[in-house]
Design a protein around this ligand. Structure first.
Ligand SMILES: [Zn+2]
Length: 150
């Protein structure tokens, strides 16, 4: 009797979980962001006591968690993956000036970074003394780079 109950519950759970995003790596970076934002909102909300900011932050926190749960149990895997990709591309855009700065420092002895005067792409060029001609790999225009140092 009890055994049958458990078997049936397990089977129901299994069919409920079938095809849900959580089984396809659903706890992705975007889910993590929602989780952290939800946690942060409820934490900061608790600092405000009972006023309007506390209510707004509590609502925001709930919203984050609802959306997180919605994502994890969603069956539309491709839409959830697109969401995550979109989030990652926004994140890359935010991070790119920092990454560029970090790389510039890292290979300052071997490479220089120059902006293409035609298409404004930032190019990483091997360091060579004197005036060197460069063909931009993006727009195929030629320009010159002067370097005093080797
Ligand atoms: Zn260019």
């Amino acid at each position: 009797m009890i055994r049958r109950f458990f078997m049936r519950t397990a089977a129901r759970l299994q069919s409920f979980m079938y095809g849900r995003y959580i089984l396809f790596g659903g706890f992705d970076k975007f889910s993590l962001l929602l989780f952290i934002l939800g946690l942060a909102a409820s934490f900061f909300g608790s600092l405000f006591g009972r006023g309007l900011p506390a209510i707004l932050l509590a609502a925001l926190s709930l919203l984050m968690y609802f959306y997180l749960i919605f994502r994890l149990f969603s069956k539309n895997i491709s839409a959830r993956r697109r969401e995550n990709e979109l989030f990652l591309s926004v994140l890359r855009k935010i991070k790119s000036p920092f990454t560029l700065f970090k790389n510039r420092i890292k290979d300052r002895k071997t490479h220089i970074y120059r902006k293409c005067p035609h298409c404004k792409a930032v190019l990483r060029l091997p360091k060579k003394k004197g005036k060197n001609s460069v063909i931009c790999p993006r727009c195929r225009e030629r320009f010159y780079v002067k370097s005093i140092f080797r």
